[in-house]
Write a new protein. Structure first.
Length: 253
């Protein structure tokens, strides 16, 4: 088993059990305790586990939200494949919302130059990346800027969304499950995301497979409100079928 595969298995076990310990992992995965400690350190640096005495716990059990830069370094190849698959959902012209996030950020980077689009964003970094594109009209939602995610929130962002109607909203999420729908740690961001989904004719979720084992504080959409879920091939086929049965088309890129 390669290091990345082993670390994903450690993360899966931590999320399923709520905690993992070094000695048990070493025995079950047939590696040394030093190897497990290095794996846990790598996962902690990626922002998905927190080390505790003798082992580690998943960050969602702590109510911890990794910073944007930390999340941007995780699952990079999967996020790029998801973004490329999302291009199929772009209208030929018209308007879209692109939610703040690391996977949606990759979609921004590869938007084609031959589409005349109005793009609504709640992220100054995404707006800056889009601003130089002559074929795009960019609308930036104002409001309070959350330092952890660099997303704008609160009334100055909500009010314009209530007056908009776009063709497609490309959404990000921290967690997603059949039972709880789409969730995020911050209620203010949940309110913006909820308004984005309401403002769109169609909603497309961009989320790597690790998001489908998490549930966070604030819900912003049911799966039945999402038209397409674009994820990566790491998503379990049985879980993909459960998600599809709840409403959306599921694409494993």
């Amino acid at each position: 088993m390669y290091a990345e595969e082993r670390q994903q298995e450690i993360l899966r076990r931590a999320r399923a059990a709520g905690r993992v310990d070094v000695v048990s992992l070493a025995g079950e995965l047939d590696v040394t305790t030093e190897t497990i400690r290095r794996d846990l350190t790598a996962l902690e640096r990626a922002g998905v586990l927190r080390r505790v005495h003798g082992g580690a716990i998943p960050v969602e059990r702590m109510g911890f939200e990794p910073a944007l830069a930390t999340r941007d370094e995780v699952m990079t190849a999967e996020k790029e494949r998801i973004a490329k698959a999302a291009l199929a959902e772009l209208p030929e012209d018209g308007s879209v919302i692109i939610d703040a996030g690391t996977t949606t950020g990759r979609l921004v980077q590869i938007l084609p130059a031959d589409r005349e689009l109005t793009v609504v964003v709640n992220s100054p970094p995404l707006a800056t990346a889009l601003a130089a594109r002559a074929n795009l009209s960019v609308i930036v939602l104002g409001g309070r800027l959350r330092g952890r995610t660099l997303a704008t929130v609160d009334d100055w962002a909500l009010r314009p969304l209530s007056q908009l109607h776009v063709d497609v909203a490309f959404m990000a999420t921290n967690g997603c499950s059949v039972a709880k729908g789409l969730t995020t740690p911050d209620p203010a961001e949940a309110a913006i995301k909820r308004a984005m989904v309401s403002a769109a004719e169609r909603s497309v979720l961009l989320a790597d497979h690790t998001k489908f084992t998490n549930t966070y504080l604030a819900s912003f959409a049911e799966l039945s409100e999402i038209d397409v879920v674009i994820t990566d091939a790491g998503l379990d086929l049985a879980l993909a079928a459960d998600l599809s049965a709840a409403g959306p088309e599921v694409v494993r890129a």
